[in-house]
Design a protein around this ligand. Sequence first.
Ligand code: ADP
Ligand code: GLC
Length: 514
Amino acid sequence: MTIRVLHVASELYPLLKTGGLADVTAALPAALIEQGADARVLLPGFTSVAAGLADLRPVARLSRTFGAPEASLELGRLPGSGVPVYMIRADALYSRPGNPYLDAEQVPYGDNAQRFALLGWAAAQLAQHADPDWAPRIVHAHDWHAGLAAAYLHAAARERGHAGPHSTPPSAGPLSAALADSRFDSRFDSLRTRTVFTIHNLAYQGIFPAQQFDMLGLPADFFDMHGVEFYGQLSFLKAGLYFADKITTVSPTYAREIQTVAQGCGLEALLKGRAHDLVGILNGVDYAIWNPAHDDAIAAYYSAARMSGKLRCKTALQARLKLAQRHDAPVFGVVSRLTEQKGLDLLLGALPEIVARGGQLVVLGTGDASLEQGFTRAAHQHPDAVAVELGFDETLAHAIVAGADVMVVPSRFEPCGLTQLYALAYGALPLVHRVGGLADTVVDTSLENLADGLATGFVFERFEPDALVAAIRRAFALHARSRDWRQTRARGMQQDFGWAASAQRYMALYRELA
Ligand code: ADP
Ligand code: GLC
């Protein structure tokens, strides 16, 4: 039986992207289709989404609009992959250019609860045949923006007397007891839409004042500790974590970390309680987009077998950013959101070490003013050695990964991280903090790992300045041993982080549910 799965999210590469989520929502459905699934995507009709989808046609009017004068569903295709994409047309809520969550002053839109409630509600409508031609068996929601999908589906199922998510015997526990009022009727349970919720980042929770709950139109008892309530407020993320049948996150290590007080963002008890429904599945790389052998965004093609193009990419990057044209200077690259999560304050502290040892640093990012200013100041102080580009620039991101010798990802926490995977593919050795998906994907260049032919990058344990500096020194030391460097680089380029393996794991999860 073909599994019909609807991915519900707020971003989709190349139409709208603020981070790795967009890369995943574009690549995963396509990979699932290759595995035989019938996968579609649902997105709010943000300006660039409405403008970028091909062959859009109306599917249904929506009876609830969450404050917009009107709302409807349209179906189109993602150019390139051709993946079918539903879009919610509600211009009053979504037709705003730029960042999908923040206004021009970088402040969250005042009506974000309405904007993303409509997303979750529309997903539940699709599961209830809003499109007479297609309905999902599995609704797979990503991050807090889509968190309410599972809550709306649970409410609809309860109304019809179907099972609740925690009411089957193996997962019975304190949570299921709390939902004992969900009348379980096994005759209908096989028909119920199953839900998967993927945590891409537990730190973004979609928290709103409790007063907003009434506007959602959910059953009153859902505003409860066993439901969408979180310390007196409304949490879209918790709705997803609580009501979804299965929870996934984007690496095995992060799946463990979020069950601890240190990294659970206040949700560790819930996640621990649902540990048997929680699994970490590593993200993949779309090698059609991230492959130096045929990447048109970089100065010269290259591959593990023919590396000469990499030096041309490095020279081109140095020229473009007006750095000293020095082949021997290891170039450290950063492509990142400039937020607390990414740990770049630590890198700012270690920057003198890179410069003093004759290295160069290239930063592309946008975000916190203090980080933007800090890196800009360093670039003014060391114009030959440090270059900073503030903003979001997909083409330059490729050029940096291709031109860099090392890509630095010193994150405080990192659910998966894609830049270190792109770095491996482009022969830039990743230098990372041992946390989350970074720990799962990079093997440190210790002497024993070098001897065993395992090393792919530089990993530091403690999130402290001296630990990062030591890793930077290891990078310089290896760079001076060019044979070891080339071998490590080649090994990294041969790693296969393609989507097929991860898509198979999602397929297994869907089959288990369906
Ligand atoms: P996160 O999703 O937490 O931002 P990931 O490493 O998973 O981290 O994904 C980041 C994605 O966003 C990558 O595709 C990276 O290339 C891209 N990216 C981040 N910042 C920028 C930027 N300033 N310009 C272009 N691409 C960026
Ligand atoms: C999030 C995480 C990042 C992850 C990405 C895609 O933004 O911060 O680690 O790679 O989502 O899953």
